[in-house]
Design a protein around this ligand. Structure first.
Ligand SMILES: Cc1cc2nc3c(=O)[nH]c(=O)nc-3n(C[C@H](O)[C@H](O)[C@H](O)COP(=O)(O)O)c2cc1C
Length: 224
């Protein structure tokens, strides 16, 4: 197996790596009163800036032993109701969300020296919403959703490839239906925090909180 380039020089310099952030600042007066609208502004700017996978975020859940568990996902919808993502309902993350319907999301747009943290309550989206999104996916991804027992141990990759072949034969010439074990979750935020990198580590942090959906968002500046 190839192990690639020698990383020792990069590792030796790791503690000394320092980028100074010259970006424009962030003030309570400048941000949108609604953090979801603010997310949309920042997402649009991330797309314009060419950030890699601008809709990627780290989903944080808590497992049965109380350990935090994180992994990247892709946001597929954002509106006044919250943030939507799709996955396997039998996966580890979905089992954790079902047991404790609370989660965090972390978006990072490093080229813009920005992160956006979200905390909130989660619930499954409607079957109709999952159906609609599933139908919009490439056929190979639809087959993949059937083929992969996400988060389960498998003997080798050939197991998956064999399942894909079997499923392609099974669904040949017809639309691939959504498996019941695959669908969306919506996170309804109670907290959203914007972080903008600034020079000399005096970064800007603006936190929005809303204890319940009916409450207005409260906005505060936090020390970096
Ligand atoms: C950039 C990126 C995007 C991803 N998007 C998704 C996604 O939208 N849905 C998904 O189920 N897994 C996605 N994954 C894979 C997950 O990180 C994870 O490996 C998988 O969902 C199993 O997680 P779990 O065992 O904690 O349930 C993505 C991974 C990366 C690196």
């Amino acid at each position: 197996m190839s192990i690639g380039a020698d990383p020792s020089a990069a590792l030796a310099a790791l503690a000394r790596r320092r980028a100074d952030y010259e970006s424009a600042g962030l003030d309570v007066a400048d941000v949108d009163d609604d953090p979801i609208e603010q997310w949309k502004h920042w997402y649009g700017q991330a797309v314009e800036a060419g950030c890699v996978e601008p809709n990627a975020f780290v989903l944080g859940t808590v497992d049965d032993e109380g350990f935090p568990q994180t992994r990247y996902l892709l946001a597929r919808g954002v509106d006044a109701e919250g943030f939507v993502f799709f996955t396997n309902y039998d996966s580890d993350k979905s089992r954790q969300l079902a047991a404790r319907p609370r989660a965090s999301m972390l978006f990072t747009w490093l080229q813009l020296h920005r992160q956006l943290r979200v905390v909130g309550l989660v619930e499954r989206v409607s079957a109709a919403e999952s159906d609609a999104y599933f139908a919009s996916r490439p056929r190979s991804s639809q087959i993949g959703a059937w083929a992969s027992p996400q988060s389960q141990p498998i003997v080798d990759r050939a197991v998956l490839e064999l399942r894909v072949d079997e499923l392609e034969a099974k669904f040949a010439g017809e639309p691939v239906p959504r498996p019941e074990h695959w669908g969306g979750w919506r996170l309804d935020p109670t907290m959203i925090e914007l972080w903008q990198g600034r020079p000399s580590r005096l970064h800007d942090r603006i936190r929005y909180t809303r204890p319940a959906r009916a409450d207005p968002w409260a906005i505060a500046r936090l020390a970096p």
